[in-house]
Design a protein around this ligand. Structure first.
Ligand SMILES: [Zn+2]
Length: 256
């Protein structure tokens, strides 16, 4: 089967997918409908079709609302750029159309979850459910894994996080890990497999600690145990980094 028309399609839809993800990140964590019309967050002016063209409209409008001149939130642009980066990576590193679209969908879900947790401390069920389904599809497409291994890894990863959640609450008497993190862990386990899931959690912990230390150093102190960290954000970042690494065929401890 010819691959290039699909590669082209994936790269062309990637920025549009980015603006769709940006819309989900703005609405799902706050329980808003995904069907209503897009408006400026500042003045409420409805956006015109020309304002919805990903990346280009931001350039044309110089990053400001056409009606009131308020700045377009920077994360919306970063989500479109991240979605395009996913499209480019996946288009040139996969060998079948199914691999291409399932992996792109999986990484796009991670982008939306990354920003939902970072901005709102929420991991919407719709996104963690989509991640789990796409993760299971990745397992099924991988000749070395299969859907059953994916399902078992998802269950194991979810159970491990649930145990951590209960353990933390019992020891500390407060919430350390949300249920959203448990569902996210299941989707990450399904997509990465049992060998790489622990690598992702370790990398996420390192990213979280570095970010907390960096923040604390900027404010001139040490990280405190009560500092609230968007764990899901670091898990998504770690998982995406591992996939980029895997796809680019760089040597990673362990074997694929
Ligand atoms: Zn406006």
């Amino acid at each position: 089967m010819l691959l290039w028309p699909w590669q082209l399609l994936l790269i062309l839809v990637a920025p549009a997918m980015g603006s769709f993800l940006g819309m989900l990140v703005e609405r799902l964590p706050r329980g808003r409908s995904v069907l209503e019309r897009s408006t400026c967050a500042d003045c409420g002016a409805p956006l015109r079709p020309a304002d919805l063209v990903p990346l280009l409209s931001v350039l044309a409008l110089r990053g400001r609302c056409r009606a009131c001149g308020a700045a377009i939130p920077g994360h919306l642009v970063r989500i479109e750029i991240a979605a395009l980066a996913v499209g480019l990576l996946v288009a040139f590193t996969t060998e079948s159309v199914a691999d291409m679209f399932v992996l792109a969908g999986y990484l796009w879900c991670l982008v939306a979850l990354f920003y939902s947790d970072l901005l709102y401390f929420r991991l919407p069920d719709a996104l963690t459910a989509a991640l789990l389904v796409l993760g299971l599809a990745l397992a099924a497409l991988d000749p070395g894994r299969g859907w059953l291994e994916g399902l078992l890894t998802a269950a194991g990863a979810g159970a491990a996080f649930l145990a951590l959640r209960i353990g933390y609450r019992t020891l500390r008497g407060r919430e350390g890990l949300g249920l959203g993190d448990v569902k996210l862990a299941a989707g990450i386990g399904a997509g990465l497999g049992w060998a790489l899931f622990p690598v992702a959690t370790l990398l996420a912990a390192l990213l979280g600690l570095s970010a907390a230390s960096f923040e604390a150093a900027r404010e001139g102190g040490l990280p405190r145990a009560a500092t609230r960290l968007p764990l899901g954000t670091y898990l998504c970042a770690a998982t995406a980094l591992i996939w980029f690494w895997k796809q680019l065929d760089l040597a990673l401890p362990g074997q694929f």
